[in-house]
Design a protein around this ligand. Structure first.
Ligand SMILES: Nc1ncnc2c1ncn2[C@@H]1O[C@H](COP(=O)(O)OP(=O)(O)OP(=O)(O)O)[C@@H](O)[C@H]1O
Length: 232
């Protein structure tokens, strides 16, 4: 199963991004500065943004989805319970998972941005997909919520997940690191070998490596454990 970006050029007027690479099974983290092209590439991989050149192919990926940065774009249900039902999920259980118990009869668009994001991601990740593309899944969430989303990503049953983010504090276990650098998508490789080459790595990882530690993955917990191992 894979999603293949084959010689893509993505453009908005004068701005252009080149992307070439194969996203196989696992959790892929794609990082890049604000405005580097994460949303554009996520949209292209999901088939809703037309490349100027090149093509996208999917092998073995029948059910795939894109979670857009702004959860409002996904709302189809007037009330919270309608929204949950539109994802074919049980209302009570989903409300509990989203921390929104008792709010089923409220208008979906009266939830706060963070609550809506939490509801949207719970519904999306509660379904079954071959591939999930998440554009800034942590935006608008506090640390506790970000951790909950990381757990849902790690424990979910989705063979291929691509996460576009500039999050620097709370990250899930990842298998592959990519970066958008100088208007091109660059693959840093598989984790942990990719970590030293990751220019946008969070400070806790670079600091641990500067001290000679070798984190096994990219979470704060991995950096801390690597430092502990060194001092044992
Ligand atoms: N609809 C559009 N029309 C013109 N230019 C656009 C459009 N959408 C994006 N751009 C430009 O394309 C570039 C990439 O934008 P994009 O939203 O993909 O970046 P991003 O990395 O997702 O940014 P952020 O981190 O802020 O979400 C930016 O320079 C942006 O101004």
């Amino acid at each position: 199963m894979h999603l293949n970006a084959d010689g893509l050029t993505l453009s908005h007027g004068e701005w252009a991004l080149c992307a070439d690479g194969v996203f196989g099974e696992g959790v892929h983290l794609v990082t890049g500065a604000v405005g580097s092209g994460k949303t554009t590439l996520a949209s292209a991989l999901a088939g809703i943004f037309e490349p100027t050149s090149g093509q996208i192919s999917r092998e073995g990926v029948l059910r795939f989805t894109l979670s857009m940065q702004f959860p409002e774009y996904h709302v189809t249900g007037f009330l919270v319970k309608d929204e949950i039902r539109s994802w074919h999920l049980p209302v009570g259980k989903t409300l509990k998972k989203s921390g929104l118990e008792g709010r089923e009869n409220e208008k979906t668009l009266t939830l706060s941005r963070g609550q809506l994001k939490r509801l949207h991601l719970t519904c999306l990740l509660g379904n079954s997909w071959d591939a999930v593309i998440l554009d800034e899944p942590f935006a608008g969430l506090d640390c506790r919520e970000k951790k909950r989303i990381c757990t849902a990503i790690e424990e979910g049953n989705h063979p291929l997940i691509i996460i576009f983010t500039h999050e620097q504090a709370v990250l899930p276990v990842a298998d592959f690191i990519w970066e958008i650098e100088g208007n091109a998508l660059v693959c840093r490789g598989s984790v942990p070998d990719a970590i030293p080459a990751w220019k946008g790595a969070p400070r806790y990882l670079t600091r641990a490596m500067e001290e000679g530690a070798h984190p096994e993955n990219i979470r704060l917990q991995d950096a801390t454990e690597a430092l502990c191992r060194m001092h044992d």
